[in-house]
Design a protein around this ligand. Structure first.
Ligand code: CA
Length: 765
């Protein structure tokens, strides 16, 4: 998700907050009128005020805000009661400006209790302080076991749920996973166990049985899915007991990361949405929009050009970064005959694959099986799999199963009931709480173990604490040392509910050394900010910044291992649309030159290169009105899909070949892939004698195992050809304005001419 978008959304939040409070009042008022009418002593008097908020503050007492106009003796006309109807004595009441009233109580409130305040025939519940982040709560209710959820064996299934505020919990077993089906089989009580957990063992083979929990808190019972569900029915409302081993494709036990042993800077990251690969009919892929669309081989366009899995394998990428593929809420899995699209940054079940990407969302085992088949096919093609994970917020905080079972525990909510919303999505995850932190760690470990996921991209990690993410990295690396981690580290305002926590932002990168971060400084210098041009796209003014970029140096990290270099991702314009929109008079050839320079910079800078899928075929996202989409999160397939047929155009295929050549060149030269600032300082020199605004560097032979005698990298973002002085010796050109790859394109010594708006890379052999 994107920084700028979030700022706009925050303003939205202020408006929605006002609406939330208003709604709260009317909802509470409506429920309570019936009850209090019978108790009302003077039925003729209608109150002329309503409550806006009522909060218990342990130091002050009950603090109430009412609509303007209150007069009278507050101590006499308001009544506070506990859940059993006992009156709590009010010893004093202070009224300020006829709206704010503070009641001093004759006794302390039970913080686990439930209270109301009454005026005339209006009753309002009193918000009690949130206890979840207090040490006493955490000490009593931190559960460290590994058995949460439903653990299947063929003879019995063990259920374990963390629900410390519940007074009763039962399991409901169902025939189907459809929430609307009236097919309850039976219910089964759970018994309270250690640290706020509940347990039950049900005999028999429950594989394929759907279930929910009924949890009673403060007298109300809610039904919820299992936060640790491994499989669910349609739309993720009912969990399913599953024999996970039975979902493994043949040969799964031997399946491993095909790029094991490499450093993150050796990775070539390629970002893809599952649907985009196959939703244009030119893909030739049968399973449109499905996980298993990525298992199809031999698929081509009408002109016989390879698509899909074969294409990705041929391109040479090491890691396929898949946009959210866990169960999300914005696509209705029961209506898949209607084409629907969403990026999926709206989590519902964190440990379950998304149903709309399966061929049968109503059978919980199918999505699990097909997601594994996809991973295995990619592995067999030499491609590792990165999963985009969104632990920082959920689709709907109040409907999220964890928040239903332990009311509000998963989210940062103030004592006034207001959700912290730094994500711009209405609720921030309280990762600082022990059982949320454990949940995130468990989830990441689960995907790495069960689905053989080779990398994780954390959405808005700047809302998650560094302890949690360091723990996740450490735990995954215990068994999978080759898994890579990178994140959006934007710095956002969020109300962390405990003191002493640091968040996983770019500026805290030294506190989380094995996490890399998207480098927006790189991105914006390369292509410009909104509405402006960058070094590769028509304005070379940022050349001094490029001297840092070529070294993998950024203000928040000196180590190339922590920077993800990119020109475009799913957020914002595609690089080609960005070039077009800021260079309206440029010819196609000029725009392609900018795109090639942009790609060459990303692929030859120190750091880890990242490409949005389709960049290499001049991907464009065009809205129905002809404008370019900068935020296609729910745009139709026609906007988002990869247009494979464009590869029949020689100019498009030429750009594809250039990207493919850049990838091959990068893979052949370890000197482009150093991990540390120390290595860079010892081996890389940025030249000082280049023509104005032209940037060049020399990389020594042997650097990071570089097998050549040296590399010379030149970027010319200016509108004139540049003559650049070469270090002594003979040099062979492998990348120029036209071509890139591992085939020699010519030789040079002493000087070399570099075309306007182009990159050149030479090797000393
Ligand atoms: Ca879903």
């Amino acid at each position: 998700m994107r920084k700028k978008y979030l700022k706009i959304s925050k303003r939205f939040f202020v408006a929605s907050l006002v609406a939330l409070i208003t709604l709260g009042v009317s909802a509470c008022g409506k429920d309570e009128v019936k009850e209090t009418t019978t108790n009302a002593e003077s039925e003729s008097e209608e109150p002329d005020i309503v409550f806006a908020t009522a909060v218990y503050d342990e130091k002050k007492g009950v603090v109430v805000r009412v609509t303007p106009g209150f007069t009278g003796d507050a101590k006499e006309v308001f009544v506070i009661k506990d859940a059993d109807g006992n009156v709590v004595p009010i010893t004093d009441a202070k009224v300020v400006a006829d709206t704010n009233i503070t009641f001093t109580l004759g006794e302390e409130m039970d913080l686990y209790g439930e209270y109301t305040i009454n005026y005339g025939n209006v009753t309002h519940s009193i918000l009690l302080p949130v206890l979840y982040s207090r040490e006493e709560f955490e000490d009593a209710y931190t559960y460290e076991g590994e058995d949460l959820g439903a653990t299947w064996t063929k003879d019995a299934t063990a259920f374990k749920l963390w629900a410390p505020t519940a007074t009763a919990v039962s399991i409901n077993f169902y025939e189907s996973g459809d929430e609307s089906a009236d097919d309850l089989i039976s219910t089964f009580d759970m018994t309270a166990d250690v640290n706020g957990t509940w347990k039950a063992i049900k005999n028999g083979n429950l594989d394929g049985t759907y279930y929910t929990y009924s949890v009673t808190v403060k007298g109300s019972t809610v039904e919820a899915c299992d936060p640790y569900a491994r499989a669910t029915g349609v739309n993720g409302k009912r969990a399913m007991v599953i024999d996970l081993d039975a979902t493994n494709p043949e040969g799964w036990e031997a399946d491993t990361n095909p790029n094991a042993g490499i450093n993150i800077t050796d990775a070539i990251l390629y970002e893809l949405h599952i649907r985009d690969l196959s939703s244009d009919e030119s893909s030739g892929i049968t399973n449109t929009g499905k996980f298993i669309g990525l298992t199809e081989t031999g698929t081509t366009t009408a002109d016989g050009i390879s698509t899909g899995l074969d294409y990705l394998k041929d391109l040479g990428i090491t890691h396929l970064h898949i946009l959210p593929m866990y169960d999300y809420g914005s696509v209705d899995e029961s209506k898949l005959n209607n084409p629907q699209f969403n990026w999926g940054y709206d989590p519902v079940n964190y440990n379950v694959p998304e149903g709309s990407y399966s061929t049968d969302p109503s059978d919980g085992a199918v999505r699990v099986k097909e997601a594994k088949e996809m991973v295995m096919s990619l592995h067999n093609a030499g491609i590792s799999v990165v999963m985009d994970v969104v632990y920082n917020h959920v689709y709907n905080a109040e409907e999220f199963c964890f928040n239903k079972i332990v009311p509000g525990y998963f989210s940062r909510i103030s004592d006034y009931g207001v959700y912290s919303a730094g994500s711009g999505c209405g609720n921030d995850t309280a990762s600082e709480r022990n059982m949320v932190s454990k949940y995130i760690v468990d989830s990441v470990v689960y995907w790495a173990n069960e689905y053989h996921i080779d990398g994780f991209r954390f959405d808005l990690a700047g809302l998650i604490d560094t302890d949690t993410l360091n723990k996740a990295i450490e735990k995954v690396h215990e068994t999978h040392p080759d898994v890579i981690f990178y994140a959006e580290g934007w710095d956002m305002k969020t109300d962390v509910t405990k003191k002493g926590y640091t968040l996983a932002t770019q500026s805290n990168s030294t506190l989380i050394p094995e996490m890399s971060f998207f480098n927006d400084y790189y991105r914006d210098t390369l292509k410009g900010g909104d509405n402006s041009k960058g070094y590769a796209t028509g304005n070379p003014a940022g050349y001094n910044a490029v001297k840092n970029m070529i070294k993998g140096y950024v203000s928040w990290s000196k180590n190339p291992s922590q920077t993800i270099n990119y020109a475009s991702c799913h957020d914002g314009y595609t690089i080609f649309d960005k070039i077009t929109s800021t260079n309206s008079s440029a010819t196609m050839a000029e725009k392609i030159a900018m795109n090639k320079l942009s790609a060459a910079m990303v692929m030859t800078s120190q750091g880890t290169p990242f490409i949005m899928s389709g960049e290499e075929m001049l991907r464009s996202k065009v809205n129905a009105d002809g404008s370019f989409s900068s935020n296609s999160y729910k745009s139709p397939d026609s906007v988002n899909s990869l247009k494979w047929s464009t590869l029949s155009d020689a100019a498009y295929m030429d750009v594809h070949d250039y990207y493919k050549g850049l990838i091959a060149f990068r893979k052949a030269h370890a000197g482009l892939r150093m991990m540390t600032a120390d290595e860079v300082n010892a081996n890389l020199t940025v030249m000082s004698d280049t023509p104005a605004k032209v940037v060049a560097c020399h990389i020594k032979g042997g650097a990071n195992g570089e097998t050549s005698k040296g590399l010379f990298v030149i970027y010319n973002g200016t509108s004139s050809e540049a003559t650049v002085t070469l270090p002594a010796g003979n040099w062979t050109i492998y990348i120029n304005e036209e071509k890139a790859g591992t085939t020699a394109l010519g030789t040079a010594n002493a000087t070399v001419n570099v075309a306007k708006v182009s990159a050149m890379v030479l090797v000393q052999e």
